[in-house]
Ligand binder design. Structure first.
Ligand code: NDP
Length: 453
């Protein structure tokens, strides 16, 4: 680690106490950027990096709402407007009990680079609340969303900041949020993405993150003349990203054998076929049940409860060739990474954001496996959100085939950017450097052009 990187990180930690996920995201990126900053002293002089880790604006607010028992509940809401150098702020909303300022700042920081990699005109932002929709009735979720939007609406807009979904925010929540925005502003605009198909949503948006992570995996495999055909894949999570990851793995001839939620995971040796995938979608999206129910339904599967204090997750300790972490941050630590390598995994494509710890990433890089970091591999979701914005502006809607084709092209281009950039900076095959530097350069140049703002 260079002296510059060390002192830079020390300053970030001192200035942003108790935000370990944010420190981690910055550390991972700055490790790559020292290669750029050595060549471009003008970025250092203009303090581009110092400005990029400081959000342009942070909005934090109270969300009071009434539960079904008539009791008052109070949650905290956030929107981090991180960087608007290359377009309006764009990034999801997360509703989960663990949400805090540091987690949203890590996500917003990653989002800036990710959005830049898509080559679309989108800045970076992220938001959410420590509200958990799990176990709440539809009416409670609606009342919460209406209260959340009653403050957020004054800070967002189709040319200012366009939120979308993330953990805990799917089609149901986007619907309630959009309804309240429209009511307050008396405007029907594309202010949110991930909307329903009959009120401005785009085909393929629900599928986009998972499909994109698998397209990215296929691109990585093609550099070694391999395909996904007949490959056994470990998938974590069972939400939006996991479901469509499994769907695309099936399309490309692979076999997914695991799926999880925060309680534990199932291992299905026979593979999760289309019928079983439909069961998971119904279980999670309609009945809102727990993944252990899968093992009651299908005798080929075993359920293992996961003990978060065990220091490793047994999901990553099965024989496979590919892994698609699709649940949450830091779900693969050093021990999990070693287990993956021991079990024959030579491709990791991250559907989730920052699912691997820095120690885990270093193991993957040292072993030269195909490791696609989240900001590249899961950029398909925000890319199709960008396509949804374009359709809304033109007041049109494109066919499934057209959107899917564009998604595939975008993932191909991101892969190409990673490969070419990693090579240019002397680290061929290192997708971490490729993604971090590739995303950074466009934003940094725009910031230079726009002066000290
Ligand atoms: P969902 O809410 O649809 O699903 C999340 C899944 O991950 C659930 O199975 C959930 O289990 C599990 N999970 C969440 N938190 C934890 C935790 N702390 N420990 C263990 N499991 C957990 O979210 P998405 O599928 O949309 O998001 C998954 C990941 O993908 C996130 O990292 C998100 O940031 C990232 N991502 C999502 C995009 C999108 O378009 N939706 C775009 C790019 C990245 P449980 O139900 O028990 O909580």
């Amino acid at each position: 680690m260079s002296d510059f990187v060390k002192s830079f990180l020390a300053e970030v930690i001192a200035k942003n106490p108790a935000q370990p996920e944010f420190h981690q995201a910055v550390e991972e990126v700055v490790g790559s950027l020292s290669l750029v900053l050595d060549r471009h002293i003008e970025y250092r002089a203009a303090k581009i990096l110092e400005r990029m880790v400081e959000p342009e604006r942070v909005i934090m607010f109270r969300i009071p709402w009434v539960d079904d028992q008539g009791d008052v509940q109070v949650n905290r809401g956030f929107r981090i407007e991180m960087n608007s150098a290359i377009g309006p702020y764009k990034g999801g909303l997360r509703f989960h009990a663990s949400v805090n300022l540091g987690i949203l700042k890590f996500l917003a920081f990653e989002q800036v680079l990710k959005n830049s990699l898509t080559s679309m005109s989108m800045g970076g932002g992220k938001g959410g609340s420590d509200f958990s929709p799990r176990g709440k009735s539809d009416n409670e979720v609606m009342r919460f969303c209406q209260s959340f939007m009653s403050e957020l609406y004054r800070h967002i807009g189709p040319n200012t900041d366009i939120p979308a979904g993330d953990i805990g925010v799917g089609g149901r929540e986007i619907g309630f949020l959009f309804g309240q925005y429209k009511r307050l502003k008396n405007e029907f605009t594309g202010v949110l993405t991930g909307k329903g198909l009959n009120w401005g949503g785009s085909l393929i948006r629900p599928e986009a993150t998972g499909y994109g992570a698998v397209y990215f995996a296929a691109e990585m495999l093609s550099t070694r003349n391999e395909t996904l055909d007949n490959k056994t894949c470990l998938v974590s999570g069972s939400g939006n990203v996991a479901q469509y990851t499994i769907e695309k793995i099936l399309d490309l001839g692979g076999k997914a054998v695991t799926v999880s939620d925060s309680g534990g995971y199932i291992y299905d040796e026979e593979g999760i076929d289309r019928h079983k995938l439909e069961y998971i979608k119904e279980l999670k999206n309609v009945r809102r049940g727990r993944i252990h129910e899968y093992a009651d339904e299908y005798k080929s599967a075993t359920y293992t409860a996961v003990d978060s204090s065990a220091g490793f997750n047994p999901l990553w300790d099965h024989e496979a060739q590919c892994a698609f972490p699709s649940a949450t941050q830091n779900e693969i630590n050093e021990k999990d990474a070693q287990n993956l390598l021991n079990n024959g995994v030579h491709l990791v494509s991250e559907g989730a954001n920052m699912p691997t710890t820095i120690e885990g990433i270093n193991l993957f890089l040292d072993n030269k496996i195909l490791y696609g970091p989240g900001k590249a591999a899961n950029a398909g979701g925000v890319a199709v959100s960008g396509l949804e914005m374009a359709q809304n502006s033109m007041r049109t809607s494109w066919s499934k085939e057209k959107v899917d084709k564009q998604l595939q092209e975008i993932m191909k281009n991101i892969h190409h950017t990673c490969i070419v950039t990693a090579e240019r900076f002397g680290t061929p095959g290192n997708y971490v450097n490729g993604a971090n530097i590739g995303g950074f350069l466009k934003v940094a140049d725009a910031m230079m052009d726009q002066g000290l703002v």
